[in-house]
Design a protein around this ligand. Structure first.
Ligand code: NAD
Ligand code: GLY
Length: 363
């Protein structure tokens, strides 16, 4: 097992990465301060892993809530089921919530923990690649609103993250690809050496090679922890973690939550951001072309939905959380490994990127 730290002063916490961790009592007990625990999971993950987690918690009073599975259930109505369970089972302010599942469960459980009785503790037990490399780390919690993705939420850091790579053995291939999109993101925004490694090792990740997955998860978590430690609440630099997300959130919201996976939308969005960067004179055509090939190798879509117009994109992009004073702000790439945030965007070039589809400027 490897342990990384998210360095946030008194709110610092460990990320445990390794195989067969979810039934290890010693990883949970030090981070549970009271006697009550509520495990939040969903109907897909529960039959696979709920009993294992419970076996690590025999010294606590454990309750559970099993939510329906899907991004379309990441909303205020379903969130209420967590509060209902907490109140019905009389959980007090020393309770600890455990998020067992992918990013949807992690984000919802985190928001329930942030808001129940004005804030209780929680532990992240991410079981998808995407949640192990991204959503379980950094304290962003949220639910969706029909008009915008992750629009209702809070920053609330977990007590610890337990990333058991063995859980990825049951993960469907499409979900694996969605996770690799966020892994590629770290290479693009801040880690060109890692990006070079990904160009050589994406096939191994797709084959679920244990060593390759462990390395990619550790490197991604380290990159994310470094950014979060600099800017916990996204006053500045943390926004680079949203490369491709403004385009991607527009796709997810337009297509109906759950139809495009978050990672798929982010992957296509990153290529759009790269294409716009190329049109603006930053990243080279060759690098955009290579990114497109890498995304294809990772099993990700490289063209947005055929039924989305420029207006469909721009109207959705206007409700992104990065919008300031009505101006769209985007994360763009100077080059592989260097991202920047700008609202100085030529609308004509943005339109060219949005209509380009399969005929990106580079390709
Ligand atoms: P997800 O939570 O929907 O999980 C994907 C699917 O895999 C689901 O059907 C789930 O039930 C299933 N699953 C989970 N673990 C499994 C396992 N081990 N074996 C088999 N099936 C398993 O999706 P996700 O990709 O993990 O997360 C996407 C969500 O994360 C989005 O809502 C996105 O907004 C959010 N997100 C949040 C942050 C953040 O910083 N908080 C960052 C990135 C993404
Ligand atoms: N996924 C973006 C962030 O955590 O800031």
């Amino acid at each position: 097992m490897n342990t990384l730290t998210v360095d946030l002063g008194e709110r610092s916490y460990p990320i445990f990465i390794g195989t067969d961790l979810i039934a290890d009592e010693s990883l949970y007990a030090p981070y549970i301060k009271g006697s009550q625990v509520l495990i939040v999971t969903n109907e897909t993950v529960a039959p696979l892993y709920l009993d294992k987690v419970k076996s690590a918690l025999t010294n606590f009073r454990v309750d559970e809530v099993i939510l329906p599975d899907g991004e379309e259930y990441k909303n205020l109505e379903i969130l209420n089921r967590i509060y209902d369970a907490l109140l019905e089972k009389q959980h007090n302010r020393t309770t600890t919530l455990i998020a067992l599942g992918g990013g949807v469960i992690g984000d919802m459980t985190g928001f329930a923990a942030a808001s129940y009785q004005r804030g209780v503790n929680f532990i992240q037990v991410p079981t998808t690649l995407l949640s192990q490399v991204d959503s379980s780390v950094g304290g962003k919690t949220a639910v969706n609103h029909p008009l915008g993705k992750n629009m209702i939420g809070a920053f609330h850091q977990p007590q610890c993250v337990i990333a058991d790579t063995a859980t990825l053995n049951t993960l469907p291939e499409r979900e694996l690809s969605a996770g690799i999109a966020e892994v590629i993101k770290y290479g693009l925004i801040c880690d060109s050496e890692f990006y070079n490694w990904l160009e050589q090792n994406t096939a191994a990740l797709m084959a679920k090679d244990g060593n390759a997955l462990a390395y990619a998860i550790e490197r991604s978590c380290q990159d994310k922890a470094d950014v979060v430690a600099q800017d916990e609440t996204e006053a500045g630099i943390r926004a680079i973690l949203n490369l491709g997300h403004t385009f991607g959130h527009a796709i997810e919201a337009h297509q109906g939550y759950g139809n495009w996976l978050h990672g798929e939308a982010v992957g296509t969005g990153m290529l759009m951001a790269a294409d716009l960067g190329y049109r603006m004179g930053d990243i080279s055509a060759e690098q955009v072309r290579a990114l497109r090939e890498l995304l294809i190798e990772a099993g990700l879509p490289v063209v947005g939905p055929k039924d989305m117009s420029v207006e469909d994109y721009t109207s959705r992009m206007q409700v992104d959380k990065k919008v300031l004073d009505g101006s769209i702000r985007l994360v763009l790439l100077k080059r592989i490994g260097e991202a920047y945030i700008t609202s100085d965007i030529d609308k004509g070039l943005l339109t060219e990127t949005l209509v380009a589809g399969e005929n990106l400027g580079c390709c």
